[in-house]
Design a protein around this ligand. Structure first.
Ligand SMILES: *Cc1c(COP(=O)(O)O)cnc(C)c1O
Length: 388
């Protein structure tokens, strides 16, 4: 009976491609807020903002209800609207592009570098040159740090500056990662950097996001857009009817983060460095174990936050067989990403062959801080036994 149960449990135990790591401190932090006076608009949100701001070395952090909301308020703060163009990477989650569409802008895609999966500097240079010639330059770039490794921000920023284009970093994958020795999020090469705290990301607040900036005006505008466009700052108002008075100045949203979410985020942030070290160790374990298989492994870097471990298989047919092989063994692999440019909703005929090649062969292996040695052994065993 016991043996039978163990057997069944073993069969049922799936290995997810990613998942959150929650401990008793996280639970206690959330319960403490639930017992307090404020579930939202209390002290935890500013405390979380201060903690992330200090961690990444930026001046301001605006906590919002999701990473997508962070990208949206970032675009709004930059006054992106109808008639503007925004370029982003096709190998990303749809949110990177959607944020610009919410503002009424047009979206186009810069192809990726096949080795890093990030926006290609040479494709960007060529596309900017052509757009300048025909008068279709974008107002902003949303640069994605795919899988947790920073894009080549110095070169991208130099190109953008020469055409007077703003840069937003979509760092949903990259909290805890570094670029040129500094934390991603310090905004050295961008005006705004956006993080996500969805459960599969470096740390979680349940749902949540944050927009980092060093510019006080942008910070103020993002705060306004986060909460209906309402200000209570008497210096900024057009009139003053009395102490109850607040004023709506732009059309904003309710994108506030609750204190329940922020408390979880604060508790998680204390463990971020440990989570990243574990992810780096797992990535290097994958590299060592898979090096002799007929695969293309991701470039190893200790600067990456290792959000995803994306391998590329020899062909689309092999990828599908491997996907099914691993799924059958209870290993949840995934494909990151279906190029946004070829989503039927977007289908704008963007010329992104590197992104399409990537999509046809990419497979994300399980990677998260609490991936156990047993699970790792099982995954590597399954990969080794696959009929390559
Ligand atoms: C997760 C993610 C987002 C959106 O974050 P949410 O918190 O889920 O809204 C945006 N961009 C990328 C690249 C992501 O992976």
């Amino acid at each position: 009976m016991a043996g039978q149960l163990r057997g069944r449990n073993r069969r049922l135990k799936r290995i997810p491609y990613s998942r959150q790591c929650i401990d008793q401190d996280d639970i206690d932090a959330v319960v403490e807020v639930l017992k307090s006076d404020f579930l939202t608009q209390g002290s935890k949100v500013p405390e979380f903002e201060a903690a992330v701001t200090q961690y990444v070395g930026a001046k301001y952090g605006i906590a919002v209800s999701s990473g997508t909301a962070a990208l949206h308020v970032a675009c709004l703060a930059l006054e992106i609207g109808p008639g503007d163009r925004v370029w982003t990477s096709p190998i990303s989650f749809v949110a990177s592009a959607n944020a610009a569409l919410y503002c009424g802008a047009e979206v186009d895609f810069v192809d990726i570098d096949p080795d890093t999966f990030n926006m290609s500097v040479s494709c960007l240079a060529a596309k900017l040159y052509e757009a300048a010639r025909v008068g279709t330059l974008p107002k902003a770039l949303i640069v994605v740090h795919m899988a947790g490794a920073s894009a080549d921000m110095q070169q991208i920023a130099a190109l953008a500056a020469s055409y007077d284009i703003a840069i937003i970093e979509d760092a949903a994958h990259a909290l805890g990662g570094h670029y040129q020795g500094r934390p991603v999020g310090c905004c050295q090469y961008s005006v705004i950097t956006c993080f996500s705290f969805h459960p599969v990301k470096s740390i979680t607040s349940g749902e949540g996001g944050m927009a980092m900036t060093n510019c006080p005006q942008l910070a103020e505008r993002m705060q306004l857009f986060r909460s209906h466009g309402i200000t209570r700052d008497r210096q900024k108002m057009n009139r003053d009817d009395g102490p109850w008075y607040y004023e709506q100045q732009v059309l904003g949203f309710n994108y506030r983060m609750s204190d329940i979410h922020a408390a979880l985020g604060i508790s998680q942030l204390r463990k971020l460095d440990g989570f990243i070290s574990k992810r780096i160790a797992l990535a290097s374990q994958y590299r060592d174990a898979l090096v002799d298989l007929p695969l293309c492994l991701p470039v190893f870097s200790a600067d990456s936050a290792w959000h995803l471990y994306v391998i590329r298989v020899k062909s689309a047919t092999r990828r599908e067989l491997l996907y099914q092989h691993l799924k059958r063994q209870g290993i949840d692999v995934n494909v990151h990403y279906i190029p946004v440019a070829v989503q039927p909703f977007y289908a704008i005929g963007a010329d992104v062959p590197n992104a399409e090649n990537h999509y046809s062969a990419a497979l994300s292996l399980p990677l998260f801080a609490e991936l156990s040695d047993d699970a790792m052994e099982r995954i590597i065993g399954c990969l080794t036994r696959f009929d390559w």
